[in-house]
Design a protein around this ligand. Structure first.
Ligand code: MOS
Length: 745
């Protein structure tokens, strides 16, 4: 038996293509006759576009067309909901003169070159009739309203935006120990290294749209609906995606406008957004304010959890942070619980899914509040969590398919060298010359394990001994291609080098893509289903084909092992069998779909983070030194890319904790720091030494492969672990992210 690949650290199958520049991202392609689009954005936050002077732009060198609300490109109204249509906002630009947010698309200039288009766009003058802008989140929290729609209403795990059991307020009042605090964070941007870009070309009425997308199928659905064409008239290609983080899940207007322009001009058109444009034309994460009240007995047993979240919802968008129900609802056992969610509608660019939506802000509040409770009780924070450990999903009465969070705490504490603490760390004397204050902090992490709707894959054997695996998912840097090749190679008993994984094409077998930590379990499940069926096809062929050396034996007497069909004294590789039977290839479809496990079990991934940091006593600078995370994600198919996923997630959490935040001008709605010079994200110098450890408990009650999602888990709890360590170091509890130096002086 060959050594299994699953569980073995494996280099990315597309790594060489990426580092040598052969990987073609959306903006890398050129085509004969290519024209270039450049967006024009509004410099007003709300009102009506009175006029646009495009004379100079139209006369500029190389300009082919200037589209605007006064010379629009027709896009069809979106009639379906976002989960069907995959457009990130419910209105489409250029269809009317209304200004809904600052930085909204009001024009598309198409020219012979990128520079010509950009220059011409700079010559356009727009005039507005202004209305007051409602962009001040903090100032409008008091006027928060219930959410307009329940998203994900068919999901038994996340259907309830508000839930209550027990008598929470009474229990809180009766609890001998209480903590109550409000935690806030600004909007965040899903920034990716690859700028948002697209290339649209039409041939005989069929659109080929190259766009970096987490969901090529979603992109095709969006393009078909808005461009008024059939699904068979559009193909979306996303062979390589340079980071996505939620911002490339839905299709935004620029590819749709670019496709419409290409259709009208009869030429391929490529549009590449500047990073400044990315901030307002693709979505961002809601601003969030959360109030948490915990009531406990003196021994730390929770008697009440009350978690109310308020999130901003763009009046253009459809998505907002569901922060409260996503953690408080299922993290700890408590006889009484209240989770509530309200929204503040704003004239802002669309809010959307961003990196662990719900859990990332939710866990910051909950895991900070648990730390505050531990301090109040003079109880070690790990011990407090163990005393409230839930083995049954609160409110549903079902067990988890696999939950080893207790082991995460224990192993994490051991690996990190966690010192249980029951008293605040002594602070240096006023006249001490100590510069750095050291602190440690911890937090738990959890993220739901879901499966995509029906996911298809195809596996094909070829007579040259190679195989292809194909499914319409995307690899936005997660290592999806590699994981699918590994599963296929293992199942077929051949080296991974002999498997080609085809993804990033809406014409491949149906797959809604890579998001919400569902990609690997869904796609790998479909691949395993295909290889299982394919091996049976191979045995049937071996037994049934007159040209086969196995002919005459019962298929049941044969077996497929280590890449060979064996039985009756014969042993042939699949390549030899295909050659013997005169076939050039043999393939089989496979499928994965959510099943009864979702009713019988709660499914979540878990983890625990431990960190050590230093705070400069005089400047407030925070430096992370050490980080240990122990992850319970079921079967880890590729520990190498899995580690990268967790580290990447933690880096986002570090950004959330210490650096990131869109600053909104309240009277205009302008993103004052909407560029990569002023919006800070973590870089390598911000990384601590990482110790990432995976528990190995296959979750076969979830899927046969036993893998759960880990894509977003690393983000969850990270900001709380850091805030808790800052508190340990300085005695200061910062409840408003990011923890910038001014908050520590
Ligand atoms: Mo994830 S925020 O669903 O891409």
């Amino acid at each position: 038996m060959a050594k299994p690949l699953i569980g073995t650290a494996t280099a990315r199958v597309d790594g060489t293509a990426k580092v040598t520049g052969r990987a073609d991202y959306a903006a890398d392609r050129t085509e004969p006759g290519l024209a270039h689009g450049h967006l024009v954005l509004s410099t007003a936050g709300r009102g009506t576009l009175r006029s646009m002077d495009v004379t100079a732009a139209e006369a500029a060198e190389g300009v082919l067309a200037v589209y605007s609300p006064f010379n629009p490109l027709k896009l069809h109204r979106i009639k379906t909901t976002p989960d069907v249509c995959f457009v990130g906002q419910f209105w489409l630009p250029l269809q009317d003169q209304e200004i809904r947010h600052y930085g909204q698309i009001i024009g598309l200039v198409v020219a012979e070159t990128f520079e010509q288009a950009r220059h011409a766009a700079s010559l356009i003058r727009a005039e507005y009739d202004l209305l007051p802008v409602r962009a001040d989140f903090a100032g409008r929290i008091a006027h928060a309203v219930p959410p307009p729609v329940a998203i994900n209403h068919e999901d038994p795990q996340v259907d309830l935006l508000a839930e209550e059991f027990g008598t929470v307020d009474e229990a809180l009042a009766a609890g001998p120990v209480q903590v109550r605090a409000t935690y806030t964070q600004p909007p965040e941007a899903p920034l990716a290294l690859e700028p948002h870009a697209c290339l649209a070309s039409w041939s005989e009425g069929v659109l080929t749209l190259r766009v970096g997308s987490q969901s090529p199928v979603g992109g095709a659905l969006a393009a078909a609906e808005t461009l008024g064409i059939g699904l068979d008239q559009v193909r979306v290609l996303s062979p390589y995606v340079g980071g996505a983080f939620g911002g490339k899940l839905y299709i935004w207007p620029h590819p749709l406008l670019t496709a419409a322009a290409a259709r009208e001009l009869g030429r391929p058109v490529r549009t590449v957004l500047t990073q400044e444009q990315v901030f307002t034309t693709v979505g961002h994460r809601s601003a969030v304010s959360q109030t948490l009240a915990l009531g406990a007995e003196r021994d730390g047993t929770l008697v009440a959890v009350k978690h109310d979240a308020v999130s901003s919802l763009s009046l253009s968008g459809v998505i907002y942070e569901t922060a409260a129900h996503t953690t408080s609802r299922y993290t700890y056992k408590s006889p009484s619980l209240h989770v509530g969610q309200r929204i503040v509608p704003l004239d802002s660019p669309p809010t959307t899914w961003v990196r662990a939506p719900g859990e990332a802000p939710g866990a910051f509040a909950l895991e900070s509040a648990m730390d505050e409770l531990a301090t109040e009780l003079a109880l070690d924070p790990v011990e407090l969590r163990m005393r409230n450990y839930a083995t049954v999903f609160p409110g549903r009465g079902v067990r988890w398919s696999g939950k080893h969070l207790d082991e995460c705490y224990r192993v994490g504490a051991e690996r990190f060298g966690w010192q249980p603490r029951t008293a605040p760390r002594p602070q240096p004397a006023e006249d001490s010359d100590q510069v750095w204050l050291t602190g440690t902090g911890m937090a738990g992490a959890t993220y739901p394990g879901n499966l995509l709707p029906t996911t298809l894959a195809n596996v094909r054997l070829r007579a040259d001994g190679t195989a292809t695996v194909a499914t319409a998912t995307s690899d936005p840097g997660t290592g999806m291609r590699t994981v699918l090749a590994m599963v296929c190679a293992d199942d077929l008993g051949i080296p991974v080098e002999r498997v080609e994984a085809l993804v990033g094409d809406s014409a491949l077998p149906l797959n809604y893509g890579a998001f919400a930590s569902m990609g690997t379990s869904s796609s790998a499940g479909a691949v395993r289903s295909a290889t299982t069926a394919l091996k049976q096809r191979l045995l049937d062929l071996a037994a049934g084909d007159a040209r086969s050396p196995f002919h005459g034996l019962a298929a049941e007497a044969l077996a497929y092992r280590d890449g060979r069909v064996v039985g009756g004294g014969h042993s042939l590789t699949f390549a030899e069998l295909l050659a013997a039977t005169g076939l050039s290839e043999l393939d089989s479809p496979g499928a994965s779909a959510p099943g009864a496990e979702r009713l019988r079990f709660a499914v979540h991934s878990f983890g625990a983070h431990f960190c050590e940091l230093r705070v400069n006593r005089w400047t407030g600078e925070v430096r992370l030194d050490r980080w240990t995370s122990v992850i319970d994600g079921g079967t880890i198919i590729n520990p190498r890319t899995a580690r990268a996923q967790i580290v990447g997630g933690i880096l986002f959490g570090i950004g959330q904790a210490l650096l990131e935040g869109i600053r909104v001008e309240p009277d205009t709605g302008r993103f004052a720091n909407g560029n990569l010079a002023d919006y800070l994200v973590p870089v390598h110098a911000d990384m601590p030494d990482f110790d990432i450890h995976f528990l190995d408990h296959p979750d076969t009650d979830f899927t046969p492969l036993g893998a759960r999602g880990i894509g977003e888990l690393g983000v969850v709890g990270t900001a709380a672990a850091i805030a808790n360590a800052v508190h340990d170091a300085t005695g200061r509890r910062v409840r408003d992210l990011p923890i910038t130096v001014d908050k520590l002086l």
